[in-house]
Design a binder for this molecule. Structure first.
Ligand SMILES: Cc1cc2nc3c(=O)[nH]c(=O)nc-3n(C[C@H](O)[C@H](O)[C@H](O)COP(=O)(O)OP(=O)(O)OC[C@H]3O[C@@H](n4cnc5c(N)ncnc54)[C@H](O)[C@@H]3O)c2cc1C
Length: 392
């Protein structure tokens, strides 16, 4: 039961690392505690896996150490994974904003990784837990639930973050990091719907199901994309993206009419249809139910000719900068990523190896490196897994 490399976690990062280390001739074992590998890959991208993005750089990631990802991302690029996808005959397409999805099913990405691992001679053990890990001098000694005692030279922690516990997420990677003296930066849910409560929830709850393009802003960060009203609050890509930048008590601002000059639009409507009601004019550029609701709760709907230029200007300014008080997030239950994690300042950016313990590696989401929505998190998993696979 001696391996060169043992990888804890058979997700995106762990399987990529296993493949690369296996191709180098290392004897590799992947230990996965769930009953199958790659459950998040299967769920991802609505079942079609947004496996990478055509435009990937450090600016698409959040971390206390934002430069850390550059080296790994430069050495394993989207084109490298795309080449792998093409070699396996998987059809794909760009949906929007450089996001690449499988044309058929995310099962194909899991199949790709399993076939690659098989070709590289990797052993994968599912349904196997780890009871204990100790330093082996050299290497590491593990006690596992189904394989018993194991030894390895390199131990790669690829057990992911805390998001979606029902898909196998556990805090085990953080526990191992702490056991070996690593700092774990505070974690919280990212890429997650925001919740409303009290008056803000009453204001918008009856709009559940309505979606529209907006610009969502927190401080200096803004995302233009769709917002979706839900029964509990706000979701949709614009909200998921901004949620990673939002902290309790931060002001969330929404531009309901991004790319349109609302003052020009309302002035033009006033000239063309002076007797039209404000809500009718707004329904020309917003979903009718939202236009109606904004007028019921905040703006008085009356014929456009009754508004002064000053009033139209104020209203336009408000429509472009609407404050919404969010009460929280839906948490790890629905979050796509975990922000925070193993502090990158204690890892090598070239290899992902611990600077404290030789032979110990951390890759993927367990590390304090979280991407935007749009294939960036898988690209980080592939790139960090590749970097460790070349070294472990
Ligand atoms: C619903 C959903 C959709 C997503 N869609 C996308 C998308 O389209 N594009 C994108 O880029 N990102 C997407 N993401 C994010 C992406 O899935 C993750 O960032 C990525 O899977 C992280 O890879 P990982 O290998 O680090 O962790 P994971 O993929 O989470 O893998 C970790 C593995 O470790 C196992 N494990 C945990 N604890 C233990 C333990 N103690 N012992 C053994 N095994 C253990 C887990 O069961 C799991 O299999 C999505 C996330 C979710 C939740």
């Amino acid at each position: 039961m001696q391996y060169d490399v043992i990888i804890v976690g058979g997700g995106a990062a762990g399987l990529m690392c296993a493949r690369v280390a296996g191709l180098r001739g290392r004897r590799v074992l992947v230990i996965e505690h769930a009953n199958r590998v790659g459950k998040k890959i299967l769920m991802s991208g609505g079942g079609r896996c947004n496996f990478t993005n055509l435009d990937v750089s450090a600016r698409h990631y959040l971390s206390a150490n934002p430069h850390f990802c550059k080296s790994a991302l430069a050495r394993y690029q989207p084109a490298d994974f795309i080449a792998l996808v093409e070699r396996h005959g998987i059809a794909y397409h760009e949906k929007e904003l450089g996001q690449l999805f499988c044309a058929d099913s995310s099962k194909q990405i899991v199949r790709l990784l399993l076939d690659e691992c098989a070709a590289a001679g990797v052993r994968i053990e599912v349904g196997c837990g780890i009871e204990r890990v100790e330093r082996g001098d050299p290497g590491f000694r593990l006690a596992s639930t189904t394989l018993g005692a194991l030894r390895c030279d390199s131990l790669v922690v690829a057990s992911g973050g805390l998001s979606i516990p029902s898909l196998g997420a556990s805090g085990y990677g953080y526990q191992l990091a702490r056991q070996f003296g690593h700092t774990v930066l505070p974690t919280r849910a990212g890429l997650v719907p925001l919740t409303l409560s009290g008056t803000p929830l009453e204001d918008f709850a009856e709009l559940a199901g309505v979606a529209l393009p907006v610009e969502a802003r927190v401080k200096a960060t803004a995302f233009r994309n769709r917002l979706l009203f839900t029964h509990r609050g706000l979701s949709g890509p614009a909200i998921l993206q901004i949620s990673s930048y939002w902290n309790l008590r931060d002001a969330l601002r929404v531009d309901w009419l991004p790319g349109l000059d609302a003052f020009d639009y309302l002035g033009e409507q006033q000239r063309l249809h002076p007797n039209a009601e404000l809500r009718t004019a707004l329904a020309g550029v917003l979903p009718a139910r939202l236009a109606q609701r904004l007028c019921e709760r905040w703006l008085t709907s009356r014929p456009l000719k009754q508004f002064s230029a000053r009033q139209l200007k104020d209203m336009a300014a408000r429509l472009h900068d609407w404050p919404i008080v969010a009460s929280g997030t839906e948490g790890y239950r629905t979050a796509e990523v975990t922000l925070g994690g193993v502090d990158t300042r204690e890892l090598s950016s070239a290899t992902m190896e611990s600077r404290k313990i030789a032979g110990l590696y951390f890759i993927g989401e367990v590390v304090d490196m979280s991407g935007w929505l749009g294939g960036y998190n898988f690209q980080w998993a592939w790139a960090s897994g590749h970097a460790a696979g070349l070294s472990a």
